[in-house]
Design a protein around this ligand. Structure first.
Ligand code: TRP
Length: 377
């Protein structure tokens, strides 16, 4: 179909992605439709109903595939549920309704969610979103759910206080303080270092996970290596190598490097239990062919099958990889028990493909100053 509804455009991608990794697409499809709600029927030729920050082109959904040792890849959807007449307040209501529906349908425990939801509640959110969702699909399992609160929804300056209150209610104050001490550069809290997401698992296990995301603007690799060091057993050299290969540079002046800290609620440990680094690779490559090559190098390094990456990309991409940039949005490294893993974040590009950045083409004059053969591409 030339101009499909948004839901159909995304469902085709999800379907192909699920087939690629051997998942039954049916329950994922149904959840995607529920997540999209009223905006699903909007043709993709119309501008986005709401400037969602989930993806650069405002598609309210982003796919990701998580690779783990001895396991089939896991497919995930990050999404924002939007109201029929989107606004900060109506979207927030739609997001809470989505949680309530899934909790009822799948018997999810919302105990932790209910403990902190009023911390992040407001009549008039000012940040871009109030609540995002993550849907996780593994082989032979029921879908799993995570919610992301926006700590900055009542202003950047209030984020640290909201997060501290939420962490305290979950019995995680000590680990939280240790994390901030190490993760935030001097005097940069709310400036170059921002608390961008606060995430919770919606399940009833004894140790549901809590995750805090810190965005480091204008950071060097050594800043994130230092920040990660609060977690016991993290190999910060390994992390630095990953960051360098993914980003191709040591300073990240465009989109921020993001770190996330995992806490086990009720564990009252002194430190977080795990760390992940998200490299916004799309800001540091010319096009997706270059991004694919870097991610391929990383996958090989960690013993994953690069063909799998190519099949996954093929399921989503409606274009040659060097025709645009941003299909591969982030690549992340998960560290901490039990084993490291890599996750690749993939844009749907329902609304727009960002043009490739021009590779450097030497002018005749520059060329004369370069050693022979350096600039063949
Ligand atoms: N698009 C937003 C960003 O790039 C939010 C986002 C989507 C994000 N997926 C992510 C942030 C993965 C960090 C990691 O910031």
């Amino acid at each position: 179909m030339e101009d499909p509804p948004l839901s159909q455009f995304l469902d085709k991608q999800l379907h192909d992605l699920c087939e690629m990794v051997g998942l039954d697409p049916r329950s994922a499809s149904a959840l995607l439709a529920d997540l999209l709600g009223p905006v699903g029927s909007r043709p993709v030729s119309q501008p986005p109903a709401w400037p969602s920050g989930v993806a650069d082109d405002h598609t309210p959904v982003e796919f990701s595939v998580a690779f783990n040792e001895n396991e089939r890849p896991i497919v995930r959807i990050l999404g924002e549920s939007l109201a029929a007449a989107p606004s900060p307040a109506t979207n927030m209501a739609a997001a809470y309704e989505f949680v309530a529906r899934q909790a009822a349908r799948f018997g999810l425990s919302t105990a932790q969610f209910d403990q902190v939801r009023d911390v992040f509640a407001t009549e008039s959110p000012v940040g871009g979103f109030a609540l995002w969702h993550s849907l996780v699909f593994r082989q032979q399992r029921r879908p799993e759910f995570k919610v992301y609160f926006n700590p900055e929804l009542t202003g950047v300056a209030r984020a640290p206080g909201l997060v501290a209150e939420a962490m305290s209610r979950l019995g995680l104050s000590r680990a939280h303080e240790a994390t901030l001490t190490r993760a935030i550069r001097p005097r940069e809290l709310g400036r170059a270092d921002r608390l961008t997401f606060f995430a919770l698992d919606l399940h009833d296990g004894p140790h549901a996970r809590v995750k805090l995301y810190v965005s480091h603007h204008d950071a060097e690799i050594r800043d994130v290596a230092h920040a990660a060091g609060v977690v016991n057993g993290i190999d910060t050299d390994e992390l630095a190598d990953f960051c360098l290969t993914a980003g191709g540079q040591k300073t990240f002046a465009d989109r921020p490097l993001v770190g996330s800290y995992t806490f086990l609620s009720g564990s009252d440990g002194e430190r977080p239990a795990g760390y992940s680094l998200y490299v916004p690779i799309r800001s540091y490559v010319s096009d997706d062919a270059e991004a694919r090559d870097r991610v391929g190098t990383l996958m090989e390094r960690y013993g994953f099958d690069v063909h799998e990456l190519d099949r996954i990309i093929a399921a989503l991409a409606g274009r040659p990889l060097d025709d645009g940039v941003g299909l591969i949005a982030h690549v992340s490294l998960r560290l901490g028990p039990p084993r490291p893993g890599i996750t690749v974040y993939l844009s749907a590009e329902a609304y727009r493909v960002a043009p490739p950045r021009r590779r450097w083409h030497p002018s005749a004059q520059d060329h004369a100053q370069q050693p022979a053969g350096c600039c063949a591409a």
